[in-house]
Design a protein around this ligand. Structure first.
Ligand SMILES: [Zn+2]
Length: 341
């Protein structure tokens, strides 16, 4: 585990539509691993590592890995006479999970504050919450304006030996696994496209443009698998922390390609990579699968407890297992030639 890379990726802000800080890091990390790296108009970063051993007489398969760079956050909507700030969520925020959380408002200078409920419903609705930055209105207005981006202040923390806590494991663990897999990757017979997408949390808005440009034959989204936890029973979220990477059979937007899913489970078996079945929420795989004339697609990723909260939990072994699966997948993806061509 490259703890330093994990920390950098998880502590760098980037809400939907404002992913530049994290995309700068991704672009720099991909550059030495790719033949070319570019950023498209929407902000997707696309790295291409060409096949080392291309097949004779035909183009190599185009295989895409995608992790989304955006994390859920908020935008400043109104500043009142007392200097209290009202906000609009950007991405699927869970109202209960954000009360009492510290935030950073990325204004002219960064301003720290805390989310507090006002009088209203119990439990409080998001519209009845505000951010208190403990400054009078004129001081707030010198630093903050409507439209400024807000992220949660929670940084990466290690809980015990093996478990990490972060505000944005959905999907910065995906970003980490993408970069680390590219670092560890050996020779391939396929062209590899490493893509860091934008605006996934607002309904998979960035991936379609990147997938259209790449025209992949096969693609994997890397995103958290749903893990059971304190308030989520095992029959609802199938995956367990520490028991391997999750392979998506299906989610709300995609039915994982059955041949690709079988191929992934067989790879895990062959290489001794711990894995488990996941039924998930919805990922960039939907846009990969349906681009142009269609592609083989599904999603893999480490089980994550409390997704869409600011205290997401994941196990180091599951992160490592995900990286191993991605590397094995890319090095063997030419084995899908007969069904993917
Ligand atoms: Zn996600």
């Amino acid at each position: 585990m490259d703890r330093q890379l994990l920390q950098l990726v998880c502590n760098t802000p980037g809400i939907p539509g404002f992913e530049d800080p994290i995309q700068d890091i991704v672009e720099e990390a991909l550059r030495p691993r790719c033949h070319e790296v570019r950023r498209d108009r929407m902000g997707n970063v696309i790295g291409l590592r060409k096949a080392n051993k291309p097949p004779k007489g035909r183009r190599p398969l185009r295989v895409l890995l995608a992790a989304h760079a955006d994390e859920i956050g908020m935008m400043v909507k109104h500043i009142d006479g007392e200097g209290f700030i009202r906000f609009e969520p950007v991405g699927g925020l869970n109202a209960q999970a954000i009360v009492s959380q510290q935030v950073i408002i990325h204004g002219r200078e960064p301003v720290r504050g805390v989310v507090v409920p006002t009088e209203g419903e119990t439990p409080p609705a998001m519209r009845d919450m505000l951010i208190d930055v403990a400054l009078p209105q004129d001081e707030v207005c010198k630093r903050v304006e409507i439209g400024d981006v807000i992220t949660f202040a929670q940084e990466l923390v290690q809980l015990g030996e093996q478990v990490y806590l972060g505000r944005n494991f959905d999907d910065r663990l995906g970003t980490y696994c993408l970069l680390e897999a590219m670092n560890q990757l050996g020779p391939t017979k396929v062209d590899v496209y490493a893509v860091s997408t934008v605006q996934e949390e607002k309904g998979v808005r960035g991936m379609p443009a990147a997938a259209f440009a790449i025209e992949p034959d096969i693609g994997l989204a890397i995103d958290g698998s749903l893990a059971w936890g304190a308030h989520v029973p095992r029959h609802q979220n199938l995956c367990a922390l520490g028991e391997g990477t999750g392979i998506y059979l299906m989610d709300n937007l995609t039915i994982g390609d059955r041949r690709l899913v079988r191929f992934l489970f067989e790879l895990c078996e062959k290489h001794g990579i711990p894995c488990q079945k996941n039924i998930g929420g919805g990922t960039d795989a939907s846009a990969i699968q349906r681009t142009r004339t269609g592609a083989l697609a599904t999603t893999v990723g480490p089980p994550t407890r409390y997704m869409h909260s600011t205290v997401q939990l994941a196990h180091a072994d599951d992160i490592d297992a995900t990286v191993r699966l991605l590397v094995a997948f890319l090095e063997n993806a030419h084995g899908l030639e007969s069904v993917a061509r």
